[in-house]
Design a protein around this ligand. Structure first.
Ligand SMILES: [Zn+2]
Length: 244
């Protein structure tokens, strides 16, 4: 007999920071390290509300994220800050661990599980909240590790908020996740000037420009199928793609 109907059929590794991300994250380590000195875990949260983080270095990265209070506008005008994202990780008690088994293929990620009808969650059905996995390479990074930790942690926390609903991750969600993590640490790459992410061609063009081609396989928006991917899979005939 089959068990309950909650059988999860697909596993999608999400939340990739590309290899280009490694290069762009290595500058300006001094500001980030200075910010870690504040310890909001002890000072503000007390013992009741600690993040589900065991590793000292990741905890320092979480503290760095928590220290970032400047509001950043994402999507339709919602304001998020590093502190908001760090606090979300506390309230949701999402564990954050190193990706020591290489689940994320050299990036940071969460695992997303989707049913056949397109409902997705970050839970594998086993007891306990599934973690955010952080790129193991950050542990041995010679400089800029605290900044990169805060940045990737903020990016992955944003995914876990399911800001765009409980469907499979989309290009628009990734776009805003990258926008958010870039603004958090005031990085100048990748750039976002002049991009209208509501235009599917420009949205796809942004990933192409920054050599993030793997993201083009994602649907562009919630409820909008990626026709190119469907054609590649033989689901839709090529003639149905509008060509401009
Ligand atoms: Zn992402």
């Amino acid at each position: 007999m089959a068990k309950k109907s909650s059988l999860k059929i697909a596993v999608l590794v999400i939340g990739l920071i590309s290899l280009a991300g490694c290069q762009m994250l290595s500058n300006n380590p001094t500001a980030a390290i200075a910010a870690v000195d504040a310890n909001p875990v002890d000072a503000r949260l007390g013992q009741k509300q600690l993040p589900a983080i065991q590793d000292e270095m990741i905890l320092a990265g979480w503290n760095n994220l928590h220290s970032m209070q400047e509001p950043i506008q994402v999507g339709d005008g919602v304001l998020l800050s590093g502190q908001t994202l760090a606090q979300f990780l506390v309230e949701s008690q999402i564990p954050v661990v190193w990706d020591s088994e290489g689940l994320c293929g050299g990036s940071s990620c969460s695992r997303q599980f989707c049913t056949l009808d397109g409902d997705c969650s970050f839970e594998d059905g086993q007891p306990g909240t599934d973690p955010i996995y952080l790129n193991d390479a950050i542990r041995v990074q010679s400089s800029g590790a605290m900044e990169r930790l805060a940045r990737e942690l903020g990016h992955e926390a944003f995914h876990r908020m399911q800001f765009f609903g409980a469907g499979k991750i989309t290009q628009i969600e990734e776009y805003w996740a990258f926008y958010l993590d870039t603004q958090l640490v005031k990085a100048d790459y990748p750039g976002f000037d002049g991009v209208d992410p509501q235009d599917p061609e420009r949205l796809a063009g942004w990933f192409t420009k920054h050599n993030m081609m793997s993201y083009l396989r994602l649907d562009p928006y919630p409820g909008v199928k990626n026709l190119v991917a469907q054609v590649e899979q033989g689901v839709v005939a090529a003639e149905s793609i509008p060509i401009k």
